[in-house]
Ligand binder design. Structure first.
Ligand code: GLA
Length: 729
């Protein structure tokens, strides 16, 4: 059992193979956080807490002036607003009398076999070979109005501890919540680096590391999506932590909407982290007897650096978060029509593209935006999910059949959540779009957002999507979302409940995705939001891959995919070879390098094969053949970051190593050429030190490759790349 209990001292210790987490309900019933870090003896770690008489840090009434006891200084599991703790808190309630001072005290606990799930929300699940248990600790507010049930999932052999929160109203009045965070962890010390993944459209998830300063450092989104700007994942690391050494802690939110993540370095040099739904735009009414669930966070600890922390997330998300057939099946190598032809196509042109692609070994043809309604530009048609047979020159069924006859699977693009004003749907139902009465809405890409918090709106869209999917043989669906949400107001909810819309929207999105995957279990769904605007662990529960970025430039992608790899496996990163000069940057890169980068993701092409020379076509054919020989190594192997592209001068490199260490793939992209420059060596990782490995017919001991490194081939041109396959002898 991964949950150890000391009933008399009310100590709860959660143990995974390599980490431990502990809390204790103290003599006043306050649930203290006492440990998160290395696994070891399940000792009472509260001995580490300092009790001092602290000025201006008050004492709860029941302590009877015990001036050394203050919630302002103590490490807690679920600190609340108005309790005398003046740091950032996890919960803020508005009681029926208008007050908001709140205190929580320990009430009970429950232990369940297996991993809990959450109604309507994504959650990590246990498989047959996962050892998992659940602890639920219940706290009650001292005014006896509501319970806070804190859920802990202990996934022993995954080294993951999850947390989620359920609020239950058990009084006879409505309660309004202004903030319900999913996770709080209090450290007794500071001196951490805060790693975040910031960006913008076409430049997502750039890794940034900064030391914590006194005060609050925060990331978040109020865009209605997890966003391009900040990812709902961050890491705290101790100062000397590297890829291979040192302590670090990961916090990943399984949620696709507004979120807030913060680290507060306080007056006593302690650190508090909070992660959950962003409190702006959040004002939630919980009615008597009702429960509200806040999304799950997945926490991990590594005492051997950031590389290992990433491996923990990669394995858990690949095997215990992604679902369906494509969790394990090899994803088909696709050709997407977007950057090849944009809106400018008809059925014959698409079939020609597919034919050219099939001759090179492509397995799936994806028809992107432009096949429905009046949609020859992005100004109109969204919402009208009716096949434009006039444009295609045939029905969708016929088009799909022609593509299948070429030996290819067929996929299609949707953007279900949005609507153009110039559409039949909007003309018939303007109130279905999120907009505030009396105020003109904010447009983005000429589109508005449908109110997915409404079941009737979702049902309508779902029915129309199903009609399209049922009319043809379709094996892949790209679910796109091309703007940030604004004008959050639902015509269906009363004034006092408008603060629920943003969260209800995400619940609606999840509800529809769930229905879709239940009805079409064999369709591969790729998530997308203008590239990686909704690249989060919540979406991965429904879509096992997500288009990583609208930036397809191979050199830009190095840092995007590098940043993404801290919290997400390579198998989830949509990545394509596109044409040159690149559409986003105008940069020229060798076709071989574009393939090296795209292979370190789901691998596909996004160009018009017809425009390629015979020599290029031959290269593509060879690339596809080569990728097929690596597919399992790339999809399921351990991924090692060998360099940081923001620091790398001459080259950037990374490596895949099979779980059984029998083979590896080393990828190198040269960044700058210095004539007559020094030799470059790269130290490999993850090999078996006691085995010999073969590289280009030459034998090397594993320990030598890891300690001495490999002398890299001399790049003759900027952006040249190398893929070096390494096999155990
Ligand atoms: C978004 C996606 C692109 C493409 C276009 C179509 O920008 O990220 O890949 O599908 O929409 O409009």
């Amino acid at each position: 059992m991964a949950i150890l209990l000391d009933d008399t001292k009310r100590i709860f210790t959660l143990q995974t193979d390599h980490s431990m987490y502990q809390m204790k309900a103290d003599r006043y019933g306050v649930l203290l956080h006492t440990w998160f870090g290395n696994n070891g003896t399940s000792f009472d770690y509260s001995y580490l807490i300092t009790y001092e008489d602290r000025g201006f840090s008050g004492n709860p009434y029941e302590t009877e002036n015990e001036r050394t006891y203050s919630l302002d200084a103590l490490p807690q599991e679920y600190p609340v607003y108005g309790s005398g703790d003046y740091r950032s808190t996890a919960l803020k309630v508005r009681y029926p009398d208008g007050s908001n001072a709140c205190e929580l005290r320990y009430y009970s606990y429950q232990i369940l076999n297996g991993k809990y799930s959450l109604p309507g929300l994504p959650a990590i699940y246990a498989t047959e070979d996962t050892k998992a248990d659940t602890l639920i600790i219940t706290l009650e507010d001292t005014r006896h109005c509501f319970y806070v049930h804190i859920y802990y999932g202990v996934l022993e052999n995954l080294d993951i501890i999850t947390r989620a929160v359920c609020i239950e109203n058990h009084c006879s009045d409505d309660l309004y919540f202004e903030n319900i965070q999913s996770t709080c962890v209090d450290y007794l010390h500071g001196n951490f680096n805060f790693h975040t993944f910031y960006g913008r459209h076409v430049k997502e998830r750039t890794h940034q590391k900064s030391p914590l300063q006194h005060g609050i450092q925060s990331i978040g989104s109020t865009r209605g999506t997890s966003s391009h700007q900040y990812n709902p994942f961050f890491i705290l690391s101790e100062q000397d932590t590297t890829e291979d050494t040192g302590n670090c802690y990961g916090f990943s939110l399984l949620y696709s909407g507004d979120f807030s993540g913060l680290a507060e370095y306080d007056q006593y040099d302690q650190t508090r982290i909070l992660l959950g739904i962003h409190p702006d735009n959040f004002y939630y009414c919980i009615k008597p007897g009702e429960k509200f669930y806040a999304p799950e966070t997945a926490m991990a600890f590594s005492d051997c650096g950031l590389g290992n922390l990433s491996h923990i997330y990669h394995k858990a998300y690949r095997n215990n978060l992604c679902r369906g057939k494509y969790k394990t099946a090899r994803r088909p190598i696709l050709l997407n029509s977007w950057e090849g032809v944009y809106f400018d196509f008809d059925g014959d042109k698409l079939v020609q593209m597919a034919k050219d692609a099939s001759e090179l070994g492509v397995e799936l043809f994806v028809m992107d935006d432009g096949w429905f309604g009046k949609r020859d530009l992005d100004v109109s048609g969204l919402g009208d999910w009716l096949v434009n047979e006039e444009k295609l020159g045939c029905t969708l069924g016929e088009l799909s059949e022609r593509i299948h006859k070429l030996g290819l699977q067929f996929g299609i693009w949707f953007e279900p959540e949005c609507v153009n004003e110039d559409s039949n749907l909007y003309r018939a139902h303007p109130d279905w779009a999120l907009q505030v009465p009396g105020k003109a809405p904010c447009r983005s890409r000429y589109q508005l957002v449908l109110d997915f918090s409404r079941e009737d709106v979702r049902d309508y869209i779902f029915t129309h999507i199903c009609q399209v999917l049922d009319s043809a043989k379709i094996e892949y669906l790209k679910w796109d979302f091309n703007r940030s949400i604004s004008d959050i107001y639902s015509a269906k909810l009363p004034a006092k409940r408008q603060g629920e819309v943003a969260h209800r929207y995400i619940l609606g999105l999840y509800d529809m995705l769930e229905k879709l995957i239940q009805r079409y279990p064999d369709i591969l769904i790729e998530g997308c939001s203008g590239g990686g605007g909704r690249f989060d662990a919540g979406m991965l529960y429904y879509t096992p891959q997500i288009w990583c970025s609208d930036d397809t430039d191979a050199i830009e992608r190095l840092s995007i995919q590098y940043g993404t790899s801290f919290g997400y496996p390579v198998s989830t990163m949509g990545s394509h070879v596109s044409k040159c000069p690149n559409e986003q940057t105008g940069r020229m890169t060798p076709l071989n390098t574009r393939a090296t980068v795209a292979m370190s993701g789901t691998f596909g092409y996004e160009l018009d094969v017809n425009q390629m020379s015979d020599e290029e076509k031959a290269l593509v054919k060879a690339q596809i053949k080569e990728f097929k020989s690596y597919d399992s190594l790339i999809q399921n192997g351990n991924y090692y970051r060998l360099t940081d592209p923001s620091e790398a001068q001459s080259y950037h490199s990374w490596e895949f190593v099979a779980e059984d260490k029998s083979e590896a793939l080393l990828c190198i992209v040269s960044l700058q050429i210095h004539p007559n420059g020094p030799g470059n060596y790269i130290k490999l990782k993850g090999l078996d030190p006691h085995s010999a490995y073969l590289i280009d017919g030459k034998k090397y001991p594993g320990d030598v490759l890891m300690n001495g490194g490999l002398l890299l081939p001399f790049a003759k041109a900027e952006y040249e790349s190398f893929r070096i396959h390494i096999t155990r002898c």
